[in-house]
Design a protein around this ligand. Structure first.
Ligand SMILES: [Zn+2]
Ligand SMILES: [Zn+2]
Length: 245
């Protein structure tokens, strides 16, 4: 009865797709229509073994020592691997979805995106291998303004699918950083000492998987991985919803 009522309501007030505004069909449990979903570009091999950066061609990989991209050969990388479910493109569907989630407070959309990450995990990251999922924390002030942490919503969806607990008390963002801008160096300086492990006993000896919405230069997750590993985590890996090319 309730379903019938919902279908009827949907006929009267069709819900628009968050990206293209065309009406969603009544069965759709997503907030993004099927044709928009089709436009999401999955991240595909070949990619940098460490950070998941997609190489432009299979030939490019053969010319690359140890199959690592330039930045991964130059910087100190603390995470064991970083993978993303999809590519983040200017004007792309994933970018619009993430903006709607973060600034439009579309928490339900976050659950759909988390479910998408769970589907995309197969063949990319073995989520069940990890002992804890750690959402990249926001500064307390920022989280209060936004009302939620998008990374936590994604982590919770993955936790439901794979049965790995979410750990949200161990790592905090102790310094409020400026919104991320600029090149890798600027971003690295921006997040330096921004994170702190306040409950090391919760992660010591554990394999942790950091969860975030977007991987840009990797400066944020690398800093998180650094403090986690230094505090005694056995391994820190990264899984994000999207990554910037
Ligand atoms: Zn659409
Ligand atoms: Zn790399």
């Amino acid at each position: 009865m309730r379903e019938l009522a919902a279908a009827f309501l949907h006929l009267l007030f069709p819900v628009p797709c968050l990206v293209c505004s065309s009406p969603l069909d009544a069965q759709g449990r997503s907030m993004i229509c099927g044709s928009c979903w089709m436009k999401v570009r999955p991240s595909r091999e070949p990619f940098c073994l460490r950070c998941g950066w997609p190489f432009p061609s299979p030939q490019a990989v053969l010319l690359t020592p140890e199959y690592l991209c330039g930045p991964c050969r130059e910087r100190r990388v603390y995470f064991s691997s970083a993978r993303a479910a999809a590519l983040y493109e200017e004007g792309g569907v994933m970018r619009q979805a993430i903006l709607a989630l973060k600034y439009g407070r579309k928490v339900t959309l976050g659950r759909h995106l988390g479910a998408f990450m769970a589907e995309a995990a197969y063949g990319r990251v073995d989520v069940a291998f990890y002992d804890r999922l750690i959402p990249v924390p926001l500064h307390q002030k920022r989280e209060k303004e936004r009302g939620f942490n998008q990374a936590l919503i994604l982590a919770e969806a993955l936790s439901r699918r794979f049965g790995v607990p979410v750990e949200r008390k161990a790592l905090v963002r102790s310094r409020s950083t400026n919104p991320q801008e600029g090149n890798r160096k600027a971003r690295e300086e921006n997040v330096e000492r921004a994170f702190q492990v306040v409950r090391p006993e919760r992660i010591i000896g554990k394999r942790v998987l950091l969860i975030d919405d977007v991987y840009t230069t990797g400066a944020t997750v690398n800093e998180c991985a650094k403090v986690l590993v230094k505090a005694g985590a056995q391994e820190a890996a990264v899984y994000t919803l999207a990554r910037v090319l």
